[in-house]
Design a protein around this ligand. Structure first.
Ligand SMILES: [Zn+2]
Length: 568
């Protein structure tokens, strides 16, 4: 009898925890009560338990409790549903489980006893990895971490450990068995598997072990980074009863603690998260998968605004498009995500380490909103010299907006898109005698959405870009769209840039000398002299007599990425 009782308790505790993981108190209460937001995790409302005219019912998602200062009612998710719907605890559990999308059959007694045991088992493994890291066999792993700029304080914060070699694995298993754990569970949590000859094969050998914690801070899996040469460099635990890759985010537990400090980052890798958190950013990683709907929901359980940071390369852009496509229709009011593209080949860890926090902040300042992204996607449909593709562009935008399920959001997007189309059309008519080039379109776009680039540092880079445009007009043609998008506070510099673009556009083969003389003829002698006589070339490490196209191309590209133009 007692045994059964314990099993039922286990079942409830695990189920309750899972429900709390997935449902916010405010979400459940907000279903039949209108809530007023106080801050990120606190709300107030008119008390449902007593009559009142001014709200004294407060709800805290962080604490998971509600409290009424008028009548003193106090409780959690479960007591709230029990009281307001007047149903028993078992029904409450099954109602909420359904709301949370939890399959109750996973919670039969037998499985749940197991679940609790394996939570303990995997925690026990994690503890032993931490011990390994701090013992002589962990020396190499420790050095690797230090070399990657992970401070020892972060070893503790992220519970980083070291798997050790085959011998350490065997020792861990024999200790676990002595402590009463069973082989089946060791296999179940993904520490080992059985070979044909019944020997154990260990998943993690000579790897730095980075535990993946669930929202409540319990270890559910590991990411292992190989410290010697070999493949794969990173290895995640296999899917287990505790770990579903597509649902879990790495770093979410720590990110919660940092979320009020800085903007919330969603990225790809463990080391990105750890590095960003060193700079105070709440960050989570998607564990090598492209961002899933479940993961987006998880992110929005923690924050209302998230910055999805992608590599600026083709794969990164593709990943961003997937996120855009998957999420446009299910956008929610007040749940905002933005897209950030880093310069090619740099991940967030590289970028912030190389350029520092200020530059990273600028990238965030210039992130693309969902509507910007939509507009940019649409622009791709326009073909030079084919004005009819404009119609395709507009219908693309309108059709996409129609897919948005939230009625008010759909209206707001629709208004904004119509506004932009109108401005865009006016400008096209205005310039109908010229070639309809993509550049015009970007310029029109620019009229609506002026980019406000911060002045310091950027101004110098901007001058450097102009300098390169003048010296190497052929190179700048590859970037004319990006350059035309640049908008700078210094009006005359802007004008100067636009004129250079125009001259290059009109005469694609123009060389530097001709360009310079044209600029003088157009009345820009003073600006030209100012740029050409500055020490930009030495700052860029450019030899003016040896302007090899490829080299200049790379420098220009880098500069453009550094000022973070909203581009694909
Ligand atoms: Zn009350």
């Amino acid at each position: 009898m007692g045994n059964i009782f314990i099993k039922i308790m286990y079942k409830n505790e695990n189920l309750k925890e899972e429900i709390r993981n997935r449902l916010k108190l405010s979400e459940v209460i907000g279903k039949n009560l209108s809530l007023k937001k106080k801050d990120d995790s606190n709300y107030i409302a008119l008390c449902p338990f007593h009559k009142e005219k001014t709200p004294s019912f407060s709800i805290s998602d962080e604490k998971g409790f509600y409290h009424c200062f008028g009548c003193g009612k106090h409780g959690d998710l479960f007591s709230y549903v029990m009281e307001t719907e007047n149903i028993g605890f078992v029904d409450v559990l099954s109602n909420l489980a359904e709301q949370a999308g939890i399959n109750l059959s996973n919670y039969d007694n037998h499985k749940n006893h197991d679940l609790d045991v394996i939570y303990n088992l995997i925690k026990r493994a994690s503890d032993s990895y931490i011990k390994n890291l701090n013992s002589p066999i962990g020396e190499k792993a420790k050095n690797y971490l230090i070399q990657r700029n992970v401070p020892p304080s972060h070893f503790n914060e992220y519970l980083i450990g070291y798997s050790g070699n085959l011998k350490s694995n065997k020792f861990l298993v024999s200790s676990l068995l002595k402590e009463g754990f069973i082989i089946d569970d060791i296999i179940k949590v993904g520490l080992a598997k059985k070979a044909v000859n019944n020997n154990l094969i260990f998943y993690f050998q000579e790897r730095i072990m980075i535990p993946i914690l669930n929202d409540r801070g319990r270890v559910v899996a590991f990411g292992g980074r190989l410290i010697k040469a070999g493949e794969p460099k990173y290895l995640n635990s296999p899917e287990t009863p505790l770990f579903h890759k597509g649902k879990q985010l790495f770093g979410v537990f720590n990110a919660k603690k940092l979320k009020k400090k800085k903007r919330f980052i969603v990225c790809e890798g463990y080391m990105d998260v750890i590095t960003l958190s060193k700079f105070g950013y709440p960050a989570v990683a998607t564990l090598g998968t492209s961002v899933t709907e479940d993961q987006i929901n998880n992110v929005f359980n923690v924050t209302d605004e998230a910055f999805l940071v992608f590599d600026g390369d083709v794969a990164g852009r593709r990943a961003a498009i997937r996120v855009f496509e998957k999420n446009l229709s299910i956008l929610k009011i007040k749940k905002i995500f933005k897209f950030v593209f880093l310069p090619e080949n740099l991940d967030p860890e590289d970028f912030i380490t190389k350029y520092g926090e200020n530059e990273f902040e600028k990238m965030l300042d210039n992130a693309l909103s969902m509507i910007d992204f939509l507009w940019m996607e649409g622009l791709k449909l326009i073909k030079k010299e084919h004005p009819e593709t404009n119609a395709i562009f507009w219908s693309f935008l309108r059709n996409k907006v129609k897919t948005i399920e939230d009625y008010n959001l759909k209206l707001a997007y629709s208004d904004e898109i119509e506004k932009r189309i109108k401005v865009y059309r006016n400008n096209s008519q205005f310039s109908q005698f010229k070639n309809v080039s993509k550049r015009n379109i970007f310029n029109n776009y620019k009229l609506i959405e002026k980019q406000k680039l911060p002045k310091t540092g950027v101004e110098k880079k901007f001058e450097a870009i102009i300098y390169i445009m003048i010296l190497c007009p052929s190179v700048c043609q590859n970037f004319d769209e990006k350059i035309s998008l640049l908008d700078f506070r210094d009006h005359s510099l802007n004008e100067f840039k636009d004129l250079i673009l125009k001259l290059i556009f009109n005469t694609p083969n123009i060389n530097s000398e001709k360009l310079q003389s044209d600029l003088i003829n157009e009345g820009f002698a003073i600006q030209l002299r100012k740029i050409m006589q500055s020490n930009i070339s030495s700052r860029l490490n450019l030899d003016e007599n040896k302007m090899e196209t490829e080299n200049v191309h790379d420098i220009l590209k880098e500069l453009l990425h550094l000022i973070n133009i909203k581009m694909h």
